[in-house]
Design a protein around this ligand. Sequence first.
Ligand SMILES: Cc1cc2nc3c(=O)[nH]c(=O)nc-3n(C[C@H](O)[C@H](O)[C@H](O)COP(=O)(O)OP(=O)(O)OC[C@H]3O[C@@H](n4cnc5c(N)ncnc54)[C@H](O)[C@@H]3O)c2cc1C
Length: 491
Amino acid sequence: MMQITKLSLLLSSLLVSTAAFAGVEKIDTDVVVVGGGGTGVAAAAAAHQKGAKVILLEKLPFIGGSSAFSGGSIAAGGSKAQQRAGLTNTTPEGYAQIWLNDQKRSFPGGDKAFPNEQKVRKITNEFTKTVDWIEESIGHPYADPRPFGYGGPKYAHSPKEAPVPASGRGSSPAGGRFVIQNFKKYLNKEGVPIMTATPVTSLITNSKGDVVGVKAKKGDTEYEINAKAVVLATGGFARNKEMMKKYVPSYAPYTEVSVATMGATGDGIKMAQKVGADSYKDAWVIGLYAGAAKKSLEKTFTNKNKYKDCVFVNENGKRFVNENLPYLTDPIAAQKAVWAITDSSDAAKVLPLKEYNDPKIAVGADSWQALAKKIGVPAKNLERTMKLYNDAATSGKDSEFNKPKEHILPFTKAPFYAIRVVPQTGGTMGGVVTNDKFQVLRPDGSVIKGLYAGGETTNRPYYNRVYTSGSGLGVAYTSGRIAGENAAEEK
Ligand SMILES: Cc1cc2nc3c(=O)[nH]c(=O)nc-3n(C[C@H](O)[C@H](O)[C@H](O)COP(=O)(O)OP(=O)(O)OC[C@H]3O[C@@H](n4cnc5c(N)ncnc54)[C@H](O)[C@@H]3O)c2cc1C
């Protein structure tokens, strides 16, 4: 975190004028970036490189947002890193195809207008430039490109310090912090001020409705920052229960277990709506993991490669899905309650479960009947489910859900356990409507002069209802870069 003294020096050297009165400090600059995740740091760096005076404001005491929690693997085809590795089979179109094909397994019910294929192709083309720019201009080194979890060509640009595991399954936890750290080093070196613990509270408009600055707060000091352009890079709304109820009600009960940053409370979306921005009515989540109510219990139903060797049952004691699908959250959110069922064949693994006797966390019992009673599901259904599953383990064929046979283990050793499973989101797909320059639009399609948005603040058009590995960071860093470049040109 930047020292206060260094920050003050930077602020006073960069700002055209400041005046403090009655606890309100006025600052003039060219571009204000709101939010210090991937979108925000990219916007700040790009606007600075175009010669603009920039200030980045972050509401939490540290920058990074969900971008820092992510695996840090950015997708692109045909990058310099891929060329160095001699790869000839990675192209922007190849990645766009994977992305668009993925959308076909979206959970039913999403607006058919999404994904917008043209926008997916356009931004995928820009991913390559972004990935090269981050390496060459910002100074962030990549590991050798690797495939994402779905295999195929090596599209993943993960940080040198946190490569995608050789198995390709999963990514390094919080590898995204290395990308953010390198942006932070770059912005500090270039003297771009970063003010943390400074939430932006509203946008300032002039009589024509143009955005001409922001109001912010740091401790007792209020700031009024006048600027030619504002970039909203505040992420999504995965941690805002009211917005989740409004836009994605099936996930609202799980707002608190989201693994997105605490800062993802939809602030930028709400601020933009207040100044007349159009926003997407249809939204969804970036569903990531099937988690447990307590983190310490997650390994009790997954193996070391994150495969789910357990059985998931719902409130009726029945299976409802192939437990091994990636990003398996939507079918879970659609049930009233879900438990992962396992047995005692791996005594060490199930040890943490013995601490609990709560159907909302985990319970154990010596028979299927007793376990069903504890979690409140029909005993005959649970017994039948487990019989069918154990039969599938013997035959190697899961005729109900086609789970691969190597992950169908028999569950015969009591005590049996039921671990409550919750769908964990890593963000949202929604936000305000923008054009290809990432200028925010009104419902009549006109541009709100001076207002830009990127990342999860405007990512709806890229997805129907399913996320593709590497696209979240690709969208964040790319939309941030483009929004920053355009914001710097604002007169
Ligand atoms: C655990 C996890 C793993 C993931 N893995 C991957 C992956 O490997 N690859 C991938 O492509 N995607 C991944 N994603 C998704 C991806 O990380 C996100 O979609 C992307 O990082 C969002 O970037 P953003 O800039 O829009 O938001 P963020 O990175 O969340 O940044 C928003 C910032 O704005 C700040 N802010 C909010 N309101 C205000 C305000 N009023 N004033 C000032 N600041 C404010 C927030 O505090 C936050 O710091 C993952 C997400 C998570 C959570």
